[in-house]
Design a protein around this ligand. Structure first.
Ligand code: SF4
Length: 374
């Protein structure tokens, strides 16, 4: 049976803002409009029961991430029901966290999270002029001020040090890496994770002229220089992972390296889906053929099925170019969604292949020069 490391619980299918690059709402998939707006209490209880059985069957805890849409749209009362149901059902070793845009953070939610040991990670792309290019409301207005206000409420909570685990930022290759680095460092987050924008060979990520250009790789390489020159750097998860992989270690998250991660996604109606980032490939790409649901199926049966095994194997690249690539162990072929091409499926190198090669080359050079000095 495939072991699960992370369960993404889609507790809300809608969002309170309308980010231009959002794969859930703005990249062609319409699945969000068919499901319930929020996970019902009945589905939440069925999910908790299914997860309890799974944690016993696999004999190993997993992390649960409350995801959306925007999970805080549930409000404190419904969120409390979800969290208390999960906390009651799962062993304490199962970490629970929330990925939020931060705007709806309030005292009641923070007190709830503090009392139930639930952490929060915020999506914030950088200073106002960078963040507001894409992270906008339904009238196209920037959301920077509202996110910073939410972050301020989080930071001023007495348990902020435990509650706040970090920031997730989508890279804008037109931004200035030094300005971004200084901005985030001044915010003092425990960690920042920079991620490539969604896109593929048929719908290029914004900011990439073609799959042979290296806009994102150059941006990341500039960030690497700033990071390594800083005597007291903030934590940047993706760079730490790639440096570890270059040195022969292992990463901590999917997207780089060759570790297979077991990610299970439960939608607001209780259905079990593929990773929702695949929605950027085509409408319905995140759906299994089998109508799996926590209401009707045992999770361990799903995890033992051929269809789930085939989906799990998609994490590893299948393209001959990747399989022969000297950087496969560090790059890992990138995220599955970035390999998509209409008519050719996922059997391609990442659309970020050249960016990855450039960045890995820079990391190798830096590591070699540091080893020569010591
Ligand atoms: S995406 Fe490119 S760099 Fe990454 S493993 Fe494949 S060929 Fe190598």
């Amino acid at each position: 049976m495939i072991e699960v490391d992370t369960v993404l619980l889609k507790v809300a299918s809608r969002c309170n803002i309308d980010c231009r690059y959002c794969y859930v709402f703005n990249m062609g998939d319409t699945g969000w409009s068919r499901g319930p707006k929020q996970m019902s209490r009945q589905t939440c209880q069925a999910t908790a029961a299914a997860l309890t059985r799974l944690v016993h069957e696999q004999g190993r805890p997993f992390a649960v991430v409350l995801h959306g849409g925007e999970p805080l749209l549930l409000g404190a009362a419904n969120l409390s029901h979800v969290i208390l149901t999960l906390r009651e059902a799962l062993p304490a070793e199962c970490a629970i966290s929330i990925q939020t845009n931060g705007i709806l953070i309030n005292e009641a939610i923070l007190d709830l999270c503090a009392s139930t040991f639930v952490t929060l990670s915020l999506s914030l792309d950088g200073p106002r002029h960078v963040h507001d290019r894409n992270r906008v409301g339904f009238a196209g207005e920037g959301t920077f001020d509202r996110v910073i206000e939410g972050l301020g409420r989080l930071r001023s909570h007495p348990d902020a040090e435990f509650l706040f685990t970090g920031v997730l930022a989508v890279i804008d290759p037109e931004s200035d890496p030094r300005e971004l680095y200084t901005f985030f460092k001044d915010l003092r987050p425990p960690s920042v994770d920079f991620i490539y924008r969604d896109g593929n060979h048929s719908r290029l990520p914004e900011g990439k002229v073609s799959s042979s250009t290296t806009e994102y790789g150059q941006w990341m390489a500039a960030l690497l220089d700033i990071y390594l020159a800083d005597e007291s750097p903030m934590r940047i998860r993706i760079l730490d992972d790639m440096i570890k992989l270059v040195l022969g270690g292992v990463g901590s998250k999917d997207g780089v390296g060759l570790t297979n991660y077991g990610v299970l996604i439960v939608d607001t109606d209780g259905s079990v889906t593929k990773n929702d980032t695949l929605k950027s490939s085509f409408d319905g790409a995140d759906r299994f053929l089998e109508p799996w649901s926590v209401h009707t199926h045992r999770l361990s049966d799903i995890l033992r099925s051929a269809e789930f095994a085939a989906y799990h194997a998609m994490q590893r690249p299948s393209s001959p170019t990747c399989l022969a690539c000297p950087e496969l162990g560090v790059c890992g072929g990138g995220m599955t969604l970035h390999r998509w091409r209409d008519g050719g499926g996922y059997d391609n190198p990442s659309v970020y292949c050249e960016d990855q090669k450039l960045l890995i080359g820079c990391i190798r050079e830096k590591v070699a020069s540091l080893s020569a000095v010591t």
